[in-house]
Design a protein around this ligand. Structure first.
Ligand code: FE2
Length: 331
């Protein structure tokens, strides 16, 4: 996912033991959020975009509840004040929030930016989100920031570095974070650990959770020839605390086709089918529909989130086989 400029309290342990098929309990200082997240996994959220601030605040109470939570990119709120914080404060008063970082560079070889960590901690203390997440990626080196999430070779050396950085981040934030699987456009010749295994090892070493981006799984499978369904089966289900769904584009040049994780459209039928099969296998998780480019009306995002909620509710009520077949038939 390319990074765009405007795509932009006290801390308690964030997970407790969970039974198989049940997501980790998500804790924060907001009691109602804890209960909602742990008692019912079928939370469906949308990206909070600045062009939708007034829609969200002006919606009728019923319409406003159409999204169970909102997710923001942390770095867009690193300023101290101004309109972004005014709107986010008003929205946070009535909605659960997820904070998604894109600039920590957990996969970088160099040390983490202490300034970045301090700003992230201040944002988390200010808004008390139910979820905090970052990426298995790097995006800065020697103080230079790149406008993209860059890939990490899946080696033991990289695992040690990322685990150290996740440990440092969780210590600085005083809470667990979720790590998102990347969208891949190439496979490193030096990679020796399957990605799902690499992420499981990260969970074991650090106690982090996972953010499973199913669009990224689909994009990677197409681009590097991996098996999306096998990836979903290999993921550490108990560690998955959130799911992302998004749209992708297809780039075709010189007879080569690549799927680009551009977040510029609704999730594809293939992604919905993979999502339905994952929910059937592992149960529901708080699910976010990401949309960062060519952003449509807020109602469109809410409608897509409603599809995710319907799939999770169907699974919870035992109708998931029907939903899975229905979505699979559209691929
Ligand atoms: Fe994502």
């Amino acid at each position: 996912m390319p990074l765009s400029p405007q795509t932009s309290p006290s801390q308690t342990p964030l997970t407790t033991a969970s039974t198989p098929g049940t997501p980790p309990l998500i804790a924060g200082s907001q009691g109602q959020v804890i209960e909602k997240a742990s008692g019912q996994s079928a939370l469906a959220g949308v990206s909070l975009k600045p062009q939708h601030y007034k829609d969200v605040l002006g919606a009728s109470p019923r319409a406003a509840q159409a999204a169970d939570f909102f997710e923001v990119h942390a770095e867009n709120y690193f300023g101290q004040g101004g309109a972004p914080h005014r709107y986010l404060t008003a929205i946070r008063a009535h909605h659960a929030l997820s904070i998604h970082g894109v600039g920590l560079s957990l996969g970088g070889a160099g040390p983490l930016s202490q300034g970045h960590l301090a700003r992230l901690r201040a944002l988390i203390d200010r808004y008390e989100p139910m979820l905090v997440s970052e990426h298995l990626a790097w995006c800065s080196h020697d103080g230079v920031y790149f406008n993209d999430l860059l890939p990490v070779p899946l080696t033991e050396e990289a695992l040690e570095t990322v685990a150290l950085h996740v440990d440092q981040t969780q210590a600085a934030l005083g809470r667990q974070i979720l790590i998102e699987n990347p969208s891949n456009y190439l496979a490193f010749a030096d990679s020796v650990i399957p990605e799902a295994e690499f992420l499981s090892a990260l969970v074991q070493r650090t106690g982090c959770g996972l953010l499973l981006d199913i669009n990224n799984v689909a994009v990677s499978a197409f681009n590097v020839g991996s098996d999306a369904q096998a990836y979903l089966q290999a993921v550490d289900h108990q560690a998955v605390g959130e799911i992302h769904l998004a749209g992708h584009a297809v780039d075709e040049r010189g007879g080569q086709r690549l799927k680009i994780d551009d977040h510029g459209s609704a999730p594809s039928d293939e992604v919905w089918a993979l999502y339905a099969s994952y929910v059937a296998m592992a149960g529901g998780r708080p699910t976010l529909v990401e949309w960062d480019k060519d952003v449509p009306d807020h109602a469109v995002l809410v409608r897509e989130a409603g599809k995710a909620r319907a799939i999770m509710r169907a699974q919870a009520s035992g109708q998931v086989d029907l939903m899975t077949r229905s979505h699979a038939a559209t691929v």
